[in-house]
Design a protein around this ligand. Structure first.
Ligand code: ATP
Length: 580
């Protein structure tokens, strides 16, 4: 197919406001293309040379494109840069430059461009790396611009700088394909969900092969299932038919993990290959999963290196770097919480009920450091769901994802079989609190030999008791931990102090004596802590979420002068609530 023909269709698509007209134009285009170039036409329309997980990027900035245009048109770079400043669209600059060529590189024979030729040249541009890559990219682009008509140049320029922006979604192409080749739309969609490479599917259809041949392929991400959202446990349970598998909603990055004979690939929610960011997760998965081939889903979460506690999503974002990944791995360790198994050793489990997939997941995964199975329970009572929800949020997760136990895995769909139950506001803890150390947990890693985290309590003057509000492990320098270990030695007792009320079992207990200043993200409800138990809601107390030692030892305060439970309750009620 001549490139002109493709460009004419792109212009129609761009000028149309009606979706049906867009679908019609694309269907005609696909029908007119040769079988062997249908995939290339599709990639052009979508604005990418390959599907996202292949990670083939053109690496062409506006400046580089303008340099190629300058060579091809004979118009100086500075003049083109001025045009670009004025017009703001590299495509329009290309069109005008090629329409008013002043010599420049004149192509030997003005043979019109073919789709395949343009596509193959652009793949070469993308693959050019290392020394001399810039020059090679420029000369390849110059050769295209030299032969392009002004209109063709416009689309080539926009494509290479990543600004084609035709607004054609994959689903529009599903419709166009089904119209062009008379195949069932749902079959195209299902094939696309299993193998979201539109170019490949178009070629398959154009070759007249049955779509049923397209199967889950280890190494090719499938479109992830998404969740709806509701705000009360009773609504959620009734929507799910009375009972639900409720799982902690971990706050990290979604990961689809493909394992094949010891090689592991991790794909993001947007189908990009993110394996290079997580070598630690790759290693842990290899050790934990006992299957030759598997596709698993989970959430990667940042954890505190010393205490193992979960950290917020922002911490994990430090891992998103291209260079020096090993330092990032050390500084910002991450763990994986698996919540689904979609494929194992030749078996496609996506059409099996969730409860069965969960059982199979626990059969193939042996939990260990770095790999866990997402914490879950089956409930049919809203009060129990609420308790579990408060437990989840107080541990640093975002809430729960409640799932229908009998649901299949609905690829690419945001249906009502998965429902998010999350806090719809974030409170801000404005003030610090002074809390009493009543227990401690042994450290691991660098904290072996000292305590890794401390059980902290607020004071209740009415009953002269101490009630726990958090386990704090963050904010301590190495020297603090050593100092606290020695400082707490005289307070150590063999069991919980009678003036301490705690649901958690500490490794070591202390007589209330040492007071530390702590700050957190907010005060939340939690069934794990005893502070103000039942005051706001039956069965739940108050807790500090994401607590951190500020560095201030309140040696000037006796434990009875610590923050009181009444103050905690006031602070909880006064918190500024920020809508998310
Ligand atoms: P969405 O992914 O639904 O488009 P979003 O990016 O805003 O929207 P959230 O609203 O935070 O995400 O919730 C959905 C996400 O929660 C999932 O995509 C997944 O990354 C994450 N998640 C955490 N724990 C679980 C779990 N147990 N089951 C499913 N998803 C989970």
């Amino acid at each position: 197919m001549l490139f002109q023909e493709l460009v004419r269709a792109l212009a129609v698509v761009e000028a149309t406001t009606q979706r049906t007209a867009v679908v019609r134009a694309l269907a005609t285009l696909l029908r007119n293309a040769e079988v062997g170039e249908v995939d290339k036409v599709v990639y052009f329309v979508l604005g990418d040379l390959k599907p996202p997980w292949v990670g083939l990027e053109l690496g062409v900035a506006e400046k580089l494109c303008l340099r190629a245009l300058s060579k091809a048109s004979g118009i100086s770079l500075s003049e083109l840069e001025n045009w670009y400043k004025r017009l703001g669209d590299v495509g329009e600059v290309a069109r005008r430059a090629l329409a008013s060529r002043r010599g420049g590189l004149v192509a030997s024979r003005q043979k019109p461009l073919e789709v395949t030729e343009v596509y193959d040249t652009l793949v070469k541009v993308a693959r050019a790396t290392g020394g001399g890559a810039q020059d090679l990219k420029i000369s390849l682009l110059t050769s295209l611009f030299a032969r392009a008509t002004p209109e063709e140049g416009k689309y080539i320029a926009r494509f290479v700088v990543g600004k084609l922006r035709l607004g054609v979604a994959d689903m529009t192409l599903v419709d166009a394909l089904s119209e062009a080749f008379g195949v069932d739309r749902e079959a195209v969609e299902r094939a696309y969900h299993l193998h979201p490479d539109m170019g490949k599917i178009a070629r398959h259809v154009a070759e007249g092969r049955p779509l049923g041949e397209i199967k889950i392929t280890v190494g090719v991400p499938i479109l992830p299932m998404l969740a709806q959202r509701l705000s009360t446990a009773s609504e959620i349970l009734s929507k799910l038919g009375g009972s639900a598998i409720c799982e902690y909603k971990y706050d990290g990055e979604r990961a689809q993990i493909h394992l094949s004979g010891g090689s592991v690939k991790i794909f993001s929610r947007r189908l990009e290959d993110i394996t290079h960011s997580y070598p630690d997760v790759v290693k842990a998965v290899r050790e934990a999963v006992s299957a030759g081939e598997a596709i698993l889903e989970g959430e990667i979460v940042a954890v505190d290196v010393d205490t193992g506690e979960m950290l917020s999503f922002q911490e994990l974002m430090h891992r998103k770097r291209k260079h020096d990944v090993s330092t990032a791995v050390e500084m910002y360790p991450a763990e994986l919480y698996l919540f689904d198994l979609l494929y194992v050793d030749g078996e496609d489990l996506t059409r099996e009920p969730l409860i069965y997939r969960r059982v199979r997941l626990s059969e193939v995964v042996e939990e260990r450091e770095g790999v866990h199975i997402a914490h879950w329970r089956l409930f049919d009572n809203p009060e129990e769901v609420d308790l579990f929800f408060h437990e989840a949020t107080s541990l640093g997760t975002e809430g729960l994802i409640c799932k229908s136990p009998l649901s299949t895995y609905e690829m690419g769909a945001r249906g009502w079989n998965w429902i998010k139950y999350k806090v719809d506001y974030r409170s801000e803890m404005v003030d610090t609190v002074d809390l009493v150390v009543v227990g401690a947990f042994y450290g691991r890693g660098k904290r072996t030999g000292v305590y890794g985290a401390f059980l902290m309590a607020a004071y209740d003057p009415t009953g002269d008791m101490f009630y726990t509000v958090c386990k704090v492990g963050s904010g301590f320098a190495e020297a603090d931990l050593k100092k606290l270990y020695d400082m707490l030695q005289p307070y150590r007792i063999p069991q919980r102090h009678p003036r301490v009320s705690s649901k958690l079992e500490a490794d070591v207990w202390f007589t209330p004596g040492v007071v530390l200043e702590v700050v957190g993200a907010e005060i939340t409800l939690s069934p794990l802590h005893t502070c103000c138990l039942g005051s706001v809601k039956p069965g739940v107390g108050l807790a500090v979420r994401f607590p951190r030692f500020t560095g201030r030892y309140r040696l000037d305060k006796s434990p009875e002068q610590a923050t009181t439970v009444g103050e905690m309750l006031d602070m909880y009620k006064r918190q500024r609530k920020v809508q998310l």
